[in-house]
Design a protein around this ligand. Structure first.
Ligand code: SIN
Length: 537
């Protein structure tokens, strides 16, 4: 079965647009009504929603609300980010909600039955419909029923299909909300964070209390957190506040980075926490506050660098290898590691004590399995703090929790089978809590400065068209040589640049500036490469 077929099999209920607001009181909402191209007509949507909702008549929408403010403790200096946020404020955004089940879609025995319920029962279209009319004024919401089950029942092949479903929804939607059970929501979130090939917001949400009592369209459970969580998640996605943040998890009015968040309590509604670092921000009513942003945002304007290498559209689900977790404890035996290795498992994550320690029996079994080609990531069962070191087929997982490291290793082994060195490199960059965002090197800055100076001199008419073309060409050739690690070639092209600038630029100040910048860039490249030192002017 192809991934597309797998995804279709998991989507038994067709996509339905549930928002068709009839009254708009603000200018962008009026514009949105004029330009929206519904996937199905409002009337048909009403019929479909009514059917999914047990025949209930859709609510007539007569009011609106939208985000009143976004305040940020961080300044995101990105054209793409600011464009997305401005677009969300100017025209009503489209948000697709993908339902997978969990407690949020649960039906309890009675309105006060908080812990006795059946999860994954209510269709997502029905839940979104119950947020109308208010949510229709925040976003134009469509729904996809990916599945309706407890979170723990999903397979890695279904995770693969979910990534493709999210990417498919993002072809038309401005943001996606995925509802899941909370038990493994952090794994759903990190998987999507690592795999979705889009900078648009992806927000995970769910609930700690079931939605309805008695039947799927019964009265709401007392104090049900699902409706507010779903409303807030759609609001957050619509606002574009987390554009380029990667996947975030939103529950109990707080949103967290997918990599770092974990479920910290079996029953409390504030169960999700990001130990040591704290949440990314929160929603108070219709006011969104960003306290901190993942450093990955800094790559927002260069999508090729922002995106991960884990593009699942290039791999069938069958390419995903088995990766398992082994827990360490007093006098832990090594048999589990040996058995996994003998069963053909390609990667194993150890959840060690303290800073990653494992028993001597586990250590011996690990050495044997690593020598046989199994790749390990070493993590800690403590729940926060770094694990460092590692060599060969044993990679240190830093502060990744074991269940997240397992997904990371699984994807690493999919895209670099058996290549521990490559996976270690990914761990050191995209595997980090806040992606390593390396400031531009002196050489990169040198190339950028020269290009800017040529453009300025050309615009001012200080250098003519043919000189601009010639210098731009030499600079581009030098850059391309440098990027291919041809340091000698880069030096030669830069020397040619210097010679031409001396010959052709009449204005003394301009000539000096170009020659100085090119000379210093040439020296930087020479210093970076011993081989380049042999290049002479
Ligand atoms: C589940 O994870 O599916 C059940 C628990 C929950 O949703 O909170």
């Amino acid at each position: 079965m192809s991934p597309d077929e797998a995804a279709r099999n998991l989507n038994p209920i067709p996509e339905v647009r549930v928002s068709s607001p009839s009254l708009f009181a603000n200018p962008w909402a009026r514009r949105a009504r004029a330009t929206a191209v519904p996937l199905v007509s409002a009337g048909l949507a009403a019929v479909l929603v009514g059917t999914l909702n047990g025949g209930a008549t859709p609510v007539v929408q007569e009011s609106f609300s939208s985000v009143s403010g976004v305040s940020s403790a961080v300044q995101v200096e990105s054209v793409a980010y600011n464009t997305a946020v401005a677009a969300a404020a100017a025209a009503k955004p489209k948000v697709a909600v993908i339902g997978t089940g969990g407690t949020i879609a649960g039906v309890a025995q009675s309105r006060s039955s908080f812990t006795n319920y059946s999860a994954g029962r209510i269709p997502i279209a029905s839940m979104v419909q119950q947020l109308q009319p208010e949510i229709g004024n925040v976003a134009d919401v469509s729904t996809v029923q990916f599945g309706n089950a407890g979170s723990g029942g999903y397979t890695i092949a279904q995770f693969h299909a979910l990534t493709l479903a999210v990417e498919n929804a993002l072809k038309t939607a401005d943001g996606v909300v995925v509802t899941t059970g909370t038990d493994t929501m952090e794994e759903f979130a990190y998987w999507l964070d690592l795999t979705v090939q889009s900078r648009k917001p992806v927000v995970l949400t769910g609930a700690m209390r079931p939605w309805a009592a008695g039947t799927i369209d019964g009265p709401q459970v007392i104090g049900a957190d699902g409706p507010a969580n779903l409303y807030n998640a759609i609001t957050l996605a619509a606002s574009q506040t987390t554009y380029c943040f990667g996947t975030v998890l939103m529950l109990n009015d707080e949103f967290h980075a997918a990599r770092d968040v974990t479920k910290g309590n079996t029953t409390r509604m504030d169960t999700f926490e990001t130990r040591r670092m704290g949440s990314l921000g929160w929603i108070d009513g219709d006011y969104i506050k960003v306290g901190r942003a993942p450093a990955r945002v800094a790559k927002c304007d260069t999508p090729s660098e922002w995106l991960t290498p884990f593009n699942l559209s290039t791999k069938p689900a069958s390419a995903l290898p088995r990766v398992e977790i082994v827990y360490n404890y007093q006098q832990a035996g090594g048999e589990a590691i040996t058995a996994f290795a003998n069963a053909g498992v390609k990667g194993i994550v150890t959840a060690g004590t303290g800073a990653g320690g494992i028993s001597s029996a586990q250590s011996a079994a690990r050495s044997a399995a690593a020598n046989a080609g199994v790749v390990f990531i070493s993590t800690s069962r403590v729940g926060s703090g770094s694990v460092t070191g590692g060599s060969g087929n044993i990679i240190a997982g830093d502060d990744l929790l074991a269940q997240k490291a397992r997904l990371f290793l699984l994807l690493g082994l999919t895209f670099a089978p058996g290549d521990a060195a490559k996976i270690r490199g990914w761990m050191d960059t995209i595997g980090q809590a806040e992606w390593k965002v390396t400031p531009p090197s002196a050489i990169e800055t040198g190339f950028a400065d020269l290009a800017t100076r040529i453009a300025e001199l050309s615009t001012a008419g200080t250098i003519n068209g043919s000189t601009t073309e010639l210098l731009t060409d030499r600079l581009a050739r030098a850059k391309s040589a440098y990027e291919s690690a041809d340091f000698a070639g880069a030096g030669t092209y830069l020397q040619n640049f210097i010679d031409r600038a001396k010959q052709r630029v009449d204005d003394e100040a301009a000539r000096t500036a170009l020659v100085d910048l090119a000379t210093s860039l040439k020296n930087e490249i020479s210093a970076a490469s011993p081989a380049a030192k042999t290049v002479t002017g």
